[in-house]
Design a protein around this ligand. Structure first.
Ligand code: G
Ligand code: G
Ligand code: MN
Ligand code: NA
Length: 249
């Protein structure tokens, strides 16, 4: 309860921080940066989301946290050079929420960022069983240029065949398959199947958690479109990210 109260306070007073991790193309150029929330806690140091997202969930603060991240990330990203996009994870503010479209549209409009530089990351479970009304609303955002990404693909319950029903332009292959892609034949098979299927359905594929040159090579051969992981960069504070952008690939 103590931590929950402090989190509530932090949310109300801009007491959280965002770090950014680049998503790069084959040539190393930065295409997107994923915003990853941290909490610079007065007594406990920089807390990772695994520690406080459960607290947020318990305290019914996830939706508010997502709104804070969305607003903050868009405001920071509008200062980046074209055409670098920003990706925001949403867990509490999801398409089924009646205020979803309005909230997103307002945040984009207020920030002044071009719509096509906004990516919204959702887990599989938030994207299945969407009533047609909700799909329609999401389509309005997509028509204006927003892209949706399915995060951690392969870890949820949907089968590959359901990929075609997911209203998402980007598929993020979970790092559990990426980690073994260069030496484990079943990880390789899953990664390849996901990428082949995604491509057949006109989606872009991002590999998450790329840590080694060997993984990168194999993923490139499979035909992944973009890459994210420690091989390229850890998540870094906004200043450091901007400095890296200025230096180029
Ligand atoms: O940054 P890190 O790799 O420690 O993130 C751990 C988990 O927290 C990941 O599952 C990630 O999706 C989630 N996460 C990180 N930042 C955010 C955020 O800003 N909003 C939400 N809803 N989840 C986040
Ligand atoms: O669940 P989601 O994909 O949103 O969260 C990304 C998480 O993966 C963050 O916690 C981030 O710090 C972590 N991450 C990013 N790159 C790597 C990597 O190369 N290796 C590992 N082990 N974790 C990574
Ligand atoms: Mn993510
Ligand atoms: Na992930």
């Amino acid at each position: 309860v103590h931590l929950e109260g402090q989190l509530r306070d932090a949310l109300a007073h801009d007491g959280l921080a965002l770090h950014y991790q680049p998503v790069v193309g084959e040539d190393g150029s930065v295409l997107t940066a994923e915003a990853l929330v941290r909490w610079p806690h007065p007594d406990r140091g920089l807390l990772p989301p695994d520690v406080f997202l459960p607290v947020a969930e318990q305290g019914d603060l996830l939706r508010e946290l997502d709104r804070w991240v969305l607003r903050t990330a868009l405001r920071e990203a509008v200062t980046w050079p074209e055409p670098v996009a920003v990706a925001v994870n949403l867990a509490g503010l999801v398409p089924g929420d009646p205020e979803f479209v309005d909230t997103v549209a307002t945040a984009i409009a207020e920030s002044g960022i071009p719509w096509n530089r906004v990516v919204l990351e959702l887990v599989e479970t938030a994207l299945v069983d969407l009533p047609s009304r909700v799909r329609q609303s999401m389509a309005e955002l997509v028509d204006r240029g927003v892209r949706f990404a399915v995060d951690d693909f392969g870890t949820g319950y949907s089968s590959l065949a359901r990929l075609k029903d997911l209203p998402a332009q980007i598929i993020k292959v979970d790092r559990r398959f990426v980690s073994g892609v260069d030496h484990d034949s079943s990880d390789f098979a899953v990664a390849k199947a996901v990428v082949d299927m995604a491509r057949a359905m006109g989606r872009k594929c991002v590999a998450e958690g790329v840590e080694t040159e060997a993984q990168f090579q194999v993923l490139r051969d499979i035909g992944v479109d973009a890459y994210q992981g420690w091989l390229f960069s850890r998540p870094v504070p906004p200043k450091e990210f901007r400095a890296a952008l200025a230096l180029g690939p």
